[in-house]
Structure formats: C-alpha cells, structure tokens
Design a binder for this molecule. Structure first.
Ligand code: AMP
Length: 283
C-alpha cells in the first residue's frame, strides 16, 4: 500500500492506473477507521481494480464551536487497517495542500436539501463537504466513489452535486454498519464514556421502535416522532438536536408516510453529537 501526501503524486498515480485500463474506486474518510469504513472498502474492492482511500479531516466542514481540533486521529493504525482491507493508496494531504488559501474563495453550495436536518444545526457544513469532495474527485479522478448511508443527507448532497455538475463518477451507497447492540459505528463513538455509550443505544432503539410502529400501520409522523422523543428523553444526558421524518429523496417534510421516507435524528449524549437514520421504503 502506498501513502501519498501531495496532489501531484496522487494525479500521476491515477494517470498511470487509467492508462493501464484499471478502474479506481474511491473511499473518502476523515480517518480513525472502524469496520464501517472497511465495509466501504470491501464494496469498492469488489467493483474496481484499485481502491484509493482519502484520510483528511476537512476543516471546512466543521463549525467554529465544533470538534475539528479534537477529532480523533491515528494515521499508523489507519494505515494498518486500510492495508489489511485491501486499500492500494491512502491519500493523506496536509490541510495546506488542499486549501492553499483558507477559506477558499470558491465553494460548492447545494441548495434545497441542505437547509434542514444537519444543515440547520451545522450551517455551512454541507458546503464544506461538497467543496472538499469535489476537490478530492478532481484530484483522485475515480470511476466510482463510496458513501455510507449513516450520513444520509451527505449522500443525497453528493448525488445532487454529481448530477448538477455532470461529474464523471458513479456514487455507490453503502448500508449503515452497526455494533452488535445496534449503535451505528462512528469515529465519534470514541468520545463516549461507558455510561454514555449505554445511553447512546437510545438512538437505534428509538428508530427500531418507529419501524415497528410503522409496520403495525402507524403512518402519522407526529405520533411516530413523539414516541421516539419519549424514548430518547429517558436518557439523562440526551439532548435532542432533531428527530424528523422526511421524504427519502427530496427531504420534503411529511405529515403522513405515504411513500419512501427517511427517519433521521441527531442527539447529543453529553458533549458528543450522534446521528442515525432509518429508511422506510413503503409498507
Ligand atoms: P467519516 O470518516 O466519518 O467522514 O466517514 C467516511 C465514510 O464512511 C462516509 O461515507 C460515512 O458515511 C461512512 N460511514 C461512517 N460510519 C458509517 C456507518 N456506521 N455505516 C456506514 N457508513 C459509515
């Protein structure tokens, strides 16, 4: 496995692979890898000749009061895990390599699907995400790129950008990977104390409860949300950022579930903000 830190070197590697007729699968990450990241790699491996993973904690997608400085980082461990999973190249640029001028004067703003959910509580977040992903696509020039459904709104934003800007890359979604007890895997789970880790189970349990109610015929969004709220607020350190049910592709608000819907929530457990979601595809 190669570790590449500069844009020039990354571009030459891509050029040589493309000249040899090889396809490139790309897995963008912020590092501190866990099994979910490796499930993205596994899908990329199966569909491409080569796999590039980027590890870049992108300052542009963090708000001023957020955890950019303290976000967990461990490059040596990441390299070992990535190599074991079959990654061919880790692209790990310094912030100054990606942003010679910060903030950049050019940014990608996806409208319509970024004002709600995480975009509401994290203003500018999706502009930071879309901008860095476009930059990474321009540098790595992959045939396919892999995004987890855990960050559901992010996946929609990237798909919209790719469609609107005619980017020559196929976006492949990967299902949410969970711990055995249901907690969605996340690098931020490392922040949780043992007691908080237990409380964090409320997120996946609330979603599961919503799914059961829906399967039993409850289609009224307000009632489903009330039930999830009540479950989450049983936990002493839980503070709800949002719990919403929206149309699965447009993210339009719903009062009743009549078609594909996403149940999305963001909850603070102590100082850690966790997100999770569930797709309801129709009864
Ligand atoms: P991150 O390093 O948190 O930016 O995540 C990198 C990629 O891994 C993103 O496409 C995430 O959606 C995906 N990912 C993170 N956690 C999970 C998970 N539990 N299940 C599926 N995909 C995930």
């Amino acid at each position: 496995m190669e570790l590449i830190k500069t844009i020039d070197q990354m571009r030459s590697w891509t050029e040589s692979q493309r000249q040899a007729g090889k396809t490139i699968g790309f897995v963008p990450t912020m590092g501190y890898l866990h099994e979910a990241h490796l499930s993205l790699v596994e899908k990329a491996r199966a569909q491409n000749d080569t796999v590039v993973m980027s590890i870049f904690v992108n300052p542009m997608q963090f708000g001023p009061q957020e955890d950019f400085a303290t976000y967990p980082r461990d490059l040596d461990r990441d390299c070992r895990l990535a190599e074991g999973a079959g990654v061919d190249v880790i692209f790990h640029p310094e912030p100054g390599e990606i942003y010679p001028q910060y903030p950049p004067l050019t940014a990608v703003e996806v409208k319509g699907i970024t004002e709600c959910l995480c975009g509401k509580s994290r203003p500018g977040h999706f502009t930071g995400v879309a901008t860095v992903v476009l930059k990474l696509f321009n540098i790595v020039q992959p045939h396919r790129a892999y995004f987890g459904q855990k960050d559901y709104q992010q996946l929609l934003v990237i798909r919209q950008m790719v469609a609107d800007l005619n980017l020559p890359v196929i976006i492949e979604p990967v299902p949410i990977k969970r711990e055995e007890d249901g907690l969605a895997m996340s690098s931020r789970n490392a922040y949780l104390s043992p007691a908080e880790r237990q409380e964090a189970l409320a997120l996946s349990q609330a979603l599961q409860m919503c799914k059961n109610m829906y399967s039993n015929g409850e289609l009224r969004v307000s009632l489903l949300i009330e039930a999830m709220k009540a479950r989450i607020l049983q936990e002493p350190s839980a503070v709800i950022d949002y719990i919403e049910i929206r149309h699965a592709t447009t993210l339009a608000p719903l009062t009743e579930i009549t078609g594909p819907a996403v149940v999305a929530l963001a909850v603070r457990i102590g100082k850690t903000r966790l997100i999770d979601n569930l797709l309801l595809e129709g009864n």
